[in-house]
Design a protein around this ligand. Structure first.
Ligand code: AMP
Length: 398
């Protein structure tokens, strides 16, 4: 039987899991427990024997994983019947300690714990997921796959902020970048679609989901990316502002008396598309825009303008570009965003084919014209598969 990996993504009140065949990426089953710790936790599981969908109290992550194991028994496949070679854990922040996925041991847990100040919302939940899974599945190797690791190849001039240099040594202040698992996956797929080795191609990846980030990838290595110390910097997102003048924090403290936490919260949870249009879900923004809502139009324009600026910047960083790749919910599904972000870029050799753009699947994801010097590709991301592949590579090397 072929090797499978149980991929776990633990959030503060959720646990997402998927049993993935490492070679093909096929998910034998997947599920999600949401609202952990609330009275009406929600658990969905989809397996070969059917769907499970239930609401009941699930007190903590341990109970959530127990519920998942139980759902594997009832909806299949029973975990004992599958050749599971590893548990792969998504970990958001690996700091500059982790440039690659790593086997979980006590030392790794201590290192990820040390990184909590850099990702106070994410790393504690990821750690909770690891600890619970190690307790319930003690005979399997566990591998941590870091969202930041792919961007550890950034050169110092791309990751260093122009601030007093002791801030890096004292507080770890630098660009780390996120969505690395997605950027590495789709850039590899792009090279495959172009029929070339990843080491030969330069790619700009636009991961446009609830969170959004751009990356400049030269020969398979990330050389710049839009998210920074935290996932707040860069593109406009569902609820996050992306780039802004860093003086805004101080200005709001002086004129509105806001604390650092209040401004942080507003920039992370009340800004982006939500702040401008009132809706963070891109489909809702599109509906309102189609109905003539001016704020929705403004939000759309800001969102696409920011993407275009990053394409220009990363084009200049890379020098030559073989492909621009759109991925994640908005990137994969919004032909309007792709068309607006790439409008008027023919001088850069970027020629969008509007018919293909309307239906990327019909042209294997190619949405540029046949003679476009830069290919434009729509590639579904698959972070679970990438985590599974990386977990297998780690255990084979260990
Ligand atoms: P993700 O984080 O990759 O799941 O992406 C979530 C974002 O993708 C949300 O803003 C959704 O509104 C958006 N999205 C999902 N499907 C579509 C679609 N068909 N058209 C436009 N946006 C979509």
């Amino acid at each position: 039987m072929s090797a499978h990996v149980l991929v776990i993504n633990a959030g503060s009140s959720s646990l997402k899991y998927s049993l993935v065949e490492a070679a093909s990426g096929e998910a034998a089953a997947s599920g999600l427990v949401e609202r952990i710790g609330e009275e009406r936790s929600h658990h969905v599981h989809s397996g070969p024997k059917g769907e499970y969908d239930d609401e009941r109290p699930i007190a903590n992550h341990e109970a959530a994983l127990e519920a998942a194991v139980q759902a594997f028994e009832t909806q299949g496949p029973a975990l004992a019947d599958v050749d599971i070679v590893a548990v792969g854990h998504r970990v958001v922040h690996g700091g500059d300690r982790f440039a690659a996925p790593a086997l979980v041991d006590d030392e790794l847990i201590a290192a990820v714990t040390d990184l909590v100040p850099l990702a106070p919302l994410h790393n504690p939940a990821n750690l909770e997921g690891i600890e619970v899974a190690r307790r319930l599945l003690p005979d399997l190797p566990h591998v941590a796959v870091f969202d930041t690791a792919f961007h550890q190849t950034l050169p110092p001039y791309a990751y260093t902020y122009a601030v007093p240099s002791e801030w890096l040594a004292s507080y770890g202040i630098r660009r780390y970048g996120f969505h690395g698992t997605s950027h590495s996956f789709v850039s590899e797929q792009a090279a495959k679609l172009l029929g070339r080795d990843p080491s030969e191609v330069n790619v700009i990846v636009l991961h446009l989901g609830n969170g959004c980030s751009a990356a400049a990838i030269r020969g398979g290595r990330s050389v710049d990316t839009s998210m920074g110390l935290t996932p707040l910097e860069g593109l406009v997102m569902g609820t996050r502002s992306g780039d802004l003048d860093p003086a805004i924090h101080g200005h709001l403290a002086r004129v509105a008396g806001w604390s650092a936490e209040e401004t942080d919260r507003a920039l992370n949870s009340e800004s982006g598309l939500k702040g401008i249009t009132g809706a963070n879900d891109f489909r809702e923004v599109s509906r309102r825009r189609a109905a003539g809502d001016e704020q929705a139009q403004l939000g759309f324009d800001i969102y696409c303008h920011r993407i275009k600026k990053y394409i220009g910047a990363y084009y200049a960083v890379l020098g030559t570009v073989d492909a621009i790749v759109f991925t994640a919910g908005v990137g994969q599904h919004s032909s309007e965003v792709r068309a607006a972000a790439l409008h008027n870029l023919t001088a850069l050799g970027i020629h969008l084919d509007l018919d293909r753009n309307a239906n990327p699947a019909q042209s294997k994801g190619f949405v540029s014209t046949d003679d476009s010097p830069v290919a434009v590709l729509v590639i579904p991301t698959n972070e679970e598969w990438q985590i599974a592949r990386q977990a297998v590579a780690v255990i084979r090397a260990s």
